[in-house]
Design a protein around this ligand. Structure first.
Ligand code: XMP
Length: 526
């Protein structure tokens, strides 16, 4: 198992239990500095032992007065480590340093005007006197700790930011990590680069260099296999491993017949051309269709696909192991495209690879006799893309929207068969073509196209009555698919997509738009 460590200067984000800690770590990475999330139960001794370049205290519960509310050990501020407090972290910091936090009874929530109250501070230097920030708090810092300058205030909060330049300590009541704070990223950069003085060295080429060295050290001269799904993560993981150990790597691509138009070719032709990787393609479409015949319950579909996928992959892996063995070689390693958010969600990098059973069709059973190579274990999705570009992968793969492992099967509401797959595949291809042509790929996080295979409605086409199926468009915007909003695509584009689908896919006579956010709707329909 690859260790969750890097030689780069590291900013530790102490997670006080809000949903913002991961986002803060991402923003630090966007400032080209490596960052990790750690639980608030980590002791100061452990933090100091990591020799972090800085510590950021995240937002958290609404009040430092709540019973059991996490606090921060004042020893942290004596360790000479630069510290930045955000929201709850700002209040916990104020309290630990001898300032005063008050139950004001007034809540500040949402967009708020922040006014600078100092001129020679570091964190807001060169920023306008007034800026819009995102607030979400009940309590407020009433008195800043001794030795600290109050650097900003709002209508409702006299002490909305403070800083102590000599001790490299600062904090803000608002959330600089959310996009609604107009200069939030600059505020974070000022702290990281100017107050804490951390060098920006977390760049795609340095990530590649480091991961390649780590993979070589782990794998040695043994053989490695990697399952490709057609998605960004497995492609980038495979490309990294290939760069590190060349032909010691063999990739396996299981075509389950539930892919979208052109996806198999993208892997077979474009990915191989870009990397020179050795690829085994297993054509298992008919096995999957047989297994799915008559199955319309979403969970049964998912389980059936997951089960069969594992069996097919295991067979291919066993054949490779036997073949290598015949040449006196050992296949010891399996590449897994685990990303940093999975690591955090499975317990803050405790070292166990948790495979989301129903969500990751590439997830393999534990009794498979391989050691995992996880070259993306430190990375957020945007970083995976940047690394993919650095490695010269085709833009069509690197910029690809996420696509679920169970594929089109969970976008057909009703049982899956070859005809239904063809209808959905044709409609989906039109949608992707038109969204790309409109230049909107990067503005849409994902755009599932769903076939309501068990629903029919009456329509009219030419002079005749039709009785066809609806296609649902589900364009979303999102940061991480945990929450999502429906994307406001231009009407012209939607009209054009609708015309093309109903004209070109004869079984479809209606196109509808899903305008549900998540929650309450999930992204996929099944
Ligand atoms: P939901 O539908 O749960 O989807 O809101 C959230 C995100 O996860 C993707 N998704 C999957 N990805 N295997 C995957 O690899 C799956 O079984 C799976 N189910 C949903 C979905 O496309 C969205 O990005």
């Amino acid at each position: 198992m690859s260790e969750l460590r890097t030689d780069h200067p590291t900013v530790l984000v102490v997670d006080f239990g809000a949903q913002y800690a991961q986002l803060i770590a991402r923003r630090v990475r966007e400032a080209s500095i490596y960052s990790e999330v750690i639980p608030h139960t980590t002791s100061v001794a452990e933090i100091v032992a990591r020799q972090p370049a800085a510590v950021i205290l995240s937002g958290g519960p609404s009040s430092v007065y709540e019973p059991g509310a996490p606090s921060i050990d004042p020893a942290l501020f004596e360790a000479g480590i630069p510290v930045f407090g955000i929201c709850y972290g700002f209040q916990a910091m104020a309290q630990a340093l001898g300032g005063d936090v008050a139950h004001t009874g007034t809540r500040e929530y949402g967009r708020t005007v922040l006014v600078r109250t100092a001129t020679d501070d570091v964190v807001f230097s060169d920023l306008p006197t007034e800026q819009t920030v995102w607030m979400s708090h009940g309590d407020s810092v009433a008195v800043a700790p001794q030795g600290f300058t109050v650097t900003a205030s709002t209508d409702g909060t006299a002490v909305a930011a403070f800083e102590n330049r000599e001790r490299k300590l600062a904090g803000v009541q608002f959330h600089p990590e959310v996009r609604h704070s107009e200069h939030g990223q600059t505020v974070l950069r000022r702290f990281l680069h100017d107050l804490a003085g951390i060098a920006a060295d977390w760049t795609p080429d340095s990530i590649v260099e480091q991961q390649v060295a780590a993979i070589r050290a782990q794998v040695g001269s043994d053989r490695v296999i990697c399952g490709l799904s057609g998605g960004v993560d497995s492609a980038v993981a495979a490309a990294l491993v290939h760069k590190a150990v060349g032909d010691q790597l063999t990739c396996v691509f299981v075509d389950h017949g539930l892919l979208r138009a052109g996806e198999r070719e993208q892997v077979e032709r474009d990915f191989v051309a870009a990397t020179g990787v050795q690829l085994v393609v297993v054509d298992a479409a008919s096995r999957f269709l047989e297994a799915l015949a008559g199955v319309s319950d979403p969970e049964t579909k998912r389980k059936e696909i997951g089960r069969l996928f594992i069996r097919v992959f295991e067979d291919a892996a066993a054949a490779l192991v036997a073949d290598a063995g015949a040449h006196g070689e050992q296949v010891k390693f399996l590449v897994q495209g685990t990303l940093y958010p999975d690591v955090v969600e499975s317990g803050h990098g405790s070292g166990t690879a948790t495979i989301k059973s129903h969500h990751n069709v590439g997830g393999l059973p534990e009794d498979l006799q391989f050691t995992l190579v996880e070259p993306l274990r430190l990375l957020f999705k945007d970083e995976v893309r940047a690394v993919g570009r650095q490695l010269g992968l085709p833009e069509a793969i690197v910029a690809r929207h996420p696509f679920p492992g169970p594929g089109l099967a969970i976008r057909i509401v009703g049982a899956v068969d070859a005809d239904r797959l063809r209808i959905l595949r044709d409609a989906d291809a039109i949608v992707r073509e038109e969204v790309s042509r409109a230049g909107l790929d990067s503005q849409v996080w994902q755009m599932p196209v769903v076939l309501l295979a068990d629903v029919r409605s009456v329509g009219v086409q030419g002079d005749g009555r039709t009785y066809g199926h609806p296609i649902v468009l589900r364009p979303i915007t999102s940061e991480d698919a945990m929450t999502a909003d429906w994307a406001r695509l231009p009407y012209e584009l939607l009209a054009h997509i609708s015309n093309r689908i109903t004209n070109e896919v004869s079984e479809v006579n209606r196109v509808v738009l899903d305008i549900t956010s998540k929650p309450p709707g999930t992204v996929e329909w099944e």
